[in-house]
Design a protein around this ligand. Structure first.
Ligand code: AMP
Ligand code: GLY
Length: 425
């Protein structure tokens, strides 16, 4: 099958890599792809948010499937536009992508569906928000309603910080239209985990759970990032919690959307907080997670293209088979990330890393320059390994990391510490 994957990060490289392992040899394209996807797909120079460009390409090339990686094109209507020209697309239409595009919409759906989630109130007026703050206690969570490139959530530790955040989002237009409306939300304690589900409009298939590491430095210190590493399975996601998520989170959410006339097709990602208040949804995303995808897809069996196509066409039938091996990924980031960082640093040792048993190196922010691979983003590589145990997977991934070098490369050395603290082998 001819397949276009939209996006150019580690997630998209992992999707293409998994498609390349199907029994059938697909004709793979990436828009725009990166230095790693170039090895298994044809990179098309169209940006992931250039909807007109993607639709024009699809009109001319007639792929059998388009797989959308990031949220922005989905929230802007990519799936709707492709459906109009009869191209099957894996990813929700704009109305369904609001589950990520508007935190208030997602909260309304959850409340209507009885899905457990933190108590929240929505505000467009800063004086009203500030007046309500004391009733939430401290810390308090303040969220921009719309997409804010992962920067729209602040956990305020003091009343002064909370007030300042409210003012800068609502009055200072910190995130433009995305913070024209905000949520003030109850802080929940516990351990975070992600459960992703494939949804075909009605049927739901849960994928194996995963955990990522959002902070830049070891021991979960330093600034928030897009994710510095991940692993699957995550011991905190027990079979009971998976069952709970299917029955009490995914089913009622998809049913409530349907009640509103919205059919959800694609991957629905639930970011969970598991703690003293039980299992609560912190957020929904309308796409695969990054770097969760890098550790979930290597564990999925079967014909991946067929699974995605079935999902896109509303005929998901077969259960998803999951390999028993564990998978871990370590993100190697550019110096300075998540702040300012240089680009164009030459990367050495990619072949040696790929030769470590079990290791696959997914490229997140790389480009090819005169035949050599150089850095082109903040998160540069997701060095990934399968192992019989999580420990073996983590050790193999770190062996891969040690084989790779670029100036100022930064990575965490404690990926999966929560799993090991819970007794994972
Ligand atoms: P979100 O984009 O809503 O997932 O928020 C980003 C991050 O903020 C999450 O991954 C959590 O670490 C944190 N967070 C969000 N909501 C809450 C909450 N109600 N309580 C505690 N932490 C939260
Ligand atoms: N790793 C978090 C996300 O993809 O949103």
């Amino acid at each position: 099958m001819k397949i276009l994957v939209v996006g150019g990060g580690g997630r998209e490289h992992a999707i293409l890599w998994r498609l390349s392992r199907d029994g059938e040899a697909h004709e793979l394209f990436a828009a725009p792809g990166n230095g790693g996807t170039a090895g298994i797909a044809t990179n098309v120079p169209i940006g992931a948010e250039d909807i007109g460009g993607i639709v024009a390409w699809a009109k001319a090339e007639r792929p059998g499937l388009v797989v959308a990686g990031p949220e922005a094109p989905l929230c802007a209507g990519l799936a709707d536009r492709l459906a109009e020209i009869g191209i099957p697309v894996f990813g929700p239409k704009q109305a369904a992508a609001r589950m990520e595009g508007s935190k208030q919409f997602a909260k309304d759906v959850m409340n209507a569906a009885g899905v457990p989630t933190a108590k929240a109130m929505t505000f467009t007026d800063s004086a009203a928000a500030i007046k309500a703050l004391p009733s939430f206690g401290l810390p308090v969570v303040i969220k921009a309603d719309g997409l804010a490139a992962g920067k729209g959530v602040v956990i305020a530790q003091t009343a002064a910080e909370a007030e300042e955040t409210v003012r800068s989002m609502l009055d200072g237009h910190q995130f433009g239209d995305s913070s024209a409306s905000i949520l003030v939300e109850e802080f929940l304690d516990g351990e975070e985990a992600s459960i992703l589900a494939l949804v075909d409009g009605a049927d739901i298939a849960i994928l194996p759970g995963a955990q990522d590491h959002k902070r830049a430095l070891d021991n979960d210190q330093g600034p928030n990032t897009g994710g510095m590493g991940a692993y699957s399975p995550a011991p905190v996601v027990t079979p009971e919690i998976e069952k709970f998520a299917l029955e009490n989170i995914f089913r009622p959410t998809v049913a409530e959307l349907k009640r509103r006339g919205i059919e959800y097709r694609g991957v629905l990602y639930a970011g969970l907080m598991i703690g003293p208040k039980g299992v609560n949804v912190l957020e929904f995303n309308c796409r695969f997670g990054d770097p969760e995808t890098e550790v979930i897809l290597p564990r999925i069996g079967g014909d991946f293209a067929q699974i995605l196509l079935d999902c896109a066409k509303g005929r998901l039938t077969s259960p998803i088979s999951v390999r028993t091996e564990a998978c871990a990924t370590i993100v190697m980031a550019a110096p300075g990330y998540p702040g300012k960082y240089p680009k164009g640093l030459p990367i050495a040792g990619l072949d040696a890393a790929g030769a470590v048993p079990g290791v696959t190196v997914f490229h997140a922010g790389t480009a090819l320059k005169d035949g050599a691979t150089v850095t082109s983003g903040g998160r540069v590589l997701a060095v990934t390994a399968l192992g019989n145990t999580l420990r073996q997977a983590v050790d193999a991934a770190y062996a891969g990391v040690r084989a790779i070098g670029f100036d100022g490369a930064h990575y965490r050395t404690d990926i999966a510490h929560r799993a090991f603290a819970r007794g994972a082998k």
